[in-house]
Ligand binder design. Structure first.
Ligand code: SF4
Length: 440
């Protein structure tokens, strides 16, 4: 099946001037993945690892001090047999997806003016104008640079996406009039920042529905109620302004707005933040239903419990790189993650070992030449500190976890090597008794 979205070698750099110094922040490096119609990919990792920056890059919502390279080809046509957008109540409209409806977005669709919102709060942003200043070219196939083995490279990158739209080189006009809300929906990380503060939620929903679906005036009131219901936004709160909403309600309002256009690709950036468990389950069910209609979901989250409920595949990011890309069933079940960081992420869950990952992620403007996880990794060896592990067969690690140990393949620990004496801040051991000592 041809992918709906084919991302190749996506990198984002921020240039930050402070006093007389100039820093280059490597927020995302060499991200490559495909998204098939009807698939959910969960992008997981600690805060500040680059997840939200990646999503913002796909929508041209990065600030002016960002530089983006690579390709992100979006299929030129909707999945087979689905040429129409859906209204809020699920009925189809003929004037839907992919048809430009004029230069303006609805007021609630992120535009260049919103650039930077939700794009990685830990990253400094010097400006609030949009990136995406490219020519807005519709590009051909295979433009993406290849990445590591296990992913389509070179000639087959973007196969099936002839004539697709390269989201990274598309200009602001194309993104605003054709992409945001219509081809790619966004549930933002900071919903309050994306809602218009001086208008009620009802008004914002009505305008977005009218703009994206063309529903008649007579049906607009019912469509607003249906859109609110889909996101579990209470009807008796529709006439409130954003500042009158709790964080959870603002999240639900943003979700309702994002689902209106029936975009074939939905980017959900921490969609369960601020919700209690019941609403998390309901939101997950709604998003899962969205995927069930053949649409595609890129869910960015550190809520691994939610990711487990919804994802078909999981991509783990660390220090701006995808370090593991695998099926959700094997990731959350057996044999489990192969990358040591991914294993630690799961072990940190209260429902599992509840063992925090020792140490801190590296600064993105001072990344080491080898594996960025090495200072925190109990399996690190000298080669880890010198050679960057590339993503091969779904994992970027010199010593990925193997479920069945083979005799004679024990690897030396970094602390065993004479050039790398044990660090006082030695990461937690794989041995439970040592972890107990570290965390007591
Ligand atoms: S074993 Fe080495 S390459 Fe793998 S995560 Fe640990 S430090 Fe990185």
């Amino acid at each position: 099946m041809s992918p709906l979205l084919s991302v190749r070698d996506l990198s984002v750099r921020f240039t930050v001037h402070r006093s007389r110094s100039r820093r280059r922040v490597a927020a995302v490096t060499g991200a490559s993945f495909d998204l098939a119609p009807g698939e959910c990919l969960a992008l997981v990792g600690e805060s500040g690892c680059g997840k939200s920056v990646l999503a913002s890059a796909l929508l041209g919502l990065l600030p002016a001090n960002a530089t983006t390279t690579g390709n992100a080809l979006l299929a030129p046509a909707p999945p087979a047999g689905d040429e129409r957008a859906l209204t809020a109540d699920g009925t189809a409209l003929e004037n839907g997806r992919g048809l430009p409806t004029g230069p303006g977005d609805g007021p609630n669709l992120p535009t260049g003016a919103d650039a930077g919102a939700g794009s990685g709060s830990s990253l400094p942003t010097d400006a609030d104008t949009g990136a995406g200043s490219g020519p807005g070219l519709l590009t051909g196939v295979g433009a993406g640079a290849g990445s590591g083995p296990g992913l389509p490279t070179g000639a087959d990158a973007g196969a099936g996406l002839e004539g697709g739209l390269d989201l990274l080189s598309a200009g602001e006009r194309v993104l605003a009039s054709r992409v945001r809300g219509r081809l790619v929906g966004l549930i933002p990380q900071s919903p309050a920042g994306h809602l218009t503060p001086v208008r009620t939620i009802r008004s914002q929903l009505a305008e977005t529905i009218r703009e994206l679906t063309g529903v008649s005036k007579a049906d607009l009131g019912g469509a607003v109620l249906a859109a609110a219901e889909r996101a579990a936004f209470p009807a008796d709160h529709l006439d409130l302004h954003p500042h009158e909403l709790s964080g959870g309600l603002a999240q639900r309002a943003a979700t309702a707005l994002a689902l209106v256009g029936g975009a074939p690709l939905l980017l959900a950036d921490e969609p369960t933040t601020g919700l209690d468990r019941d609403l998390v389950d309901r939101t997950v069910a709604e998003l899962r239903g969205h995927v069930g209609t053949g649409r595609t979901l890129l869910m960015i989250t550190h809520d691994l419990a939610a990711a487990e409920q919804i994802a078909d595949r999981v991509a783990v990011m660390y220090a701006g790189r995808i370090v593991e890309l695998t099926d959700a069933a094997s990731f959350f079940g057996s044999p489990g993650p192969r990358h040591p960081y991914a294993r630690r992420l799961l072990d940190a869950l209260p429902t599992r070992a509840f063992a925090p990952i020792p140490g801190m992620p590296p600064e993105l403007d001072a990344l080491p030449s080898g594996c960025a996880f090495a200072p925190r990794c109990a399996a690190a060896t000298p080669v880890c500190t010198t050679d960057l592990p590339l993503l091969e067969n779904g994992v970027a690690c010199h010593h990925p976890h193997t479920p069945i140990p083979h005799p004679g393949t024990d690897i030396p620990r970094l602390s065993d090597h004479p050039e790398f004496p044990a660090d006082p801040a030695e990461p937690a051991s794989e041995h439970p008794e040592k972890n107990d000592a570290l965390h007591s």
